[in-house]
Design a protein around this ligand. Structure first.
Ligand code: UDP
Length: 237
């Protein structure tokens, strides 16, 4: 059962739960979309009903932030562990390698996406890379046709939010052979080694945001969404 925070749905499934469910959906020929939900996006959804609709129309809304867990705690919800965008992508890569699904990588700078793929191929020797395109390509029709012809079954879109989600919504039906779409934000930057993830200790304590704030203080504006979000959740029914 999905939970809802300020009108935004969140899926309670774990990484393995999502993969199991995906297997069934793929077998049934259903396309699936994965979107990461965090307080910043929930707040954006309050300002823009289109964003809310976009999130709720996804197949899996993953709890990509400690903020959602805190909200679940406040409201007696069942979501007790995070499903981060970058770890979901790692899980899908393993699944793609095991089940032989070709993967397409779209987004980030040219040197970032190529380095990310090189690193992924080094750790997943049997992965089938259908192709890639950097995130600054402007001819969308040509890109969509290229992805279609590549035979990709899984597509990662790394353009940041909500750009990547809007892209997926615009092109989902034009890519009937792509079974799984994930908007992955800055994940190619992480796989390429360009951006370092927070040390394990920070991640365990749910303090990734603090680490990210330390390494890029301008994030404070984005992070102010967290206390505002929690206040609103507390006041909501
Ligand atoms: N990006 C892109 N095309 C654009 C704008 C952004 O490919 O037109 C890429 C950018 O290079 C970066 C990612 O999108 O790799 C944005 O990451 P960010 O951390 O901002 O996303 P978030 O995870 O915070 O949504």
């Amino acid at each position: 059962m999905k939970e809802s925070y300020l009108g935004v749905d969140v899926s309670p499934l774990s990484y393995t739960g999502i993969i199991e469910d995906l297997r069934k959906r793929i077998a049934g020929g259903q396309q699936s979309t994965i979107i990461a939900v965090n307080p910043e996006k929930v707040m954006a959804a309050q300002r823009d009903p289109q964003v809310k609709e976009l999130i709720n129309a996804s197949t899996y809304q993953i709890a990509d932030g400690v903020g959602i867990l805190l909200a679940a705690k406040l409201k007696g919800g069942n979501i007790t562990s995070r499903v981060t965008g970058v770890d979901m992508m790692a899980t899908l890569l393993k699944f793609a390698e095991e089940d032989g699904h070709p993967v397409y990588f779209y987004g980030a700078k040219e040197e970032v996406v190529t380095k990310a793929i090189a690193n992924i191929q080094a750790t997943h020797p049997n992965i089938r890379v259908a192709g890639y395109t950097n995130g600054y390509e402007t001819d969308e029709a040509a890109l969509v046709s290229r992805i279609h012809q590549s035979g990709a079954k899984i597509l990662f879109v790394a353009l940041g939010s909500p750009k990547q989600e809007l892209w997926i919504r615009r092109n989902l039906q034009k890519l009937p052979n792509v079974q799984v779409f994930q908007g992955v934000g800055g994940s190619f930057d992480v796989f390429s080694g360009t951006v370092k993830r927070a040390p394990a200790a920070f991640r365990k304590l749910g303090l990734e945001w603090l680490y990210r704030l330390g390494s890029s203080p301008s994030r404070i504006k984005r992070q102010m969404n967290l206390p505002v979000f929690l206040m609103k959740v507390m006041r909501s029914r």
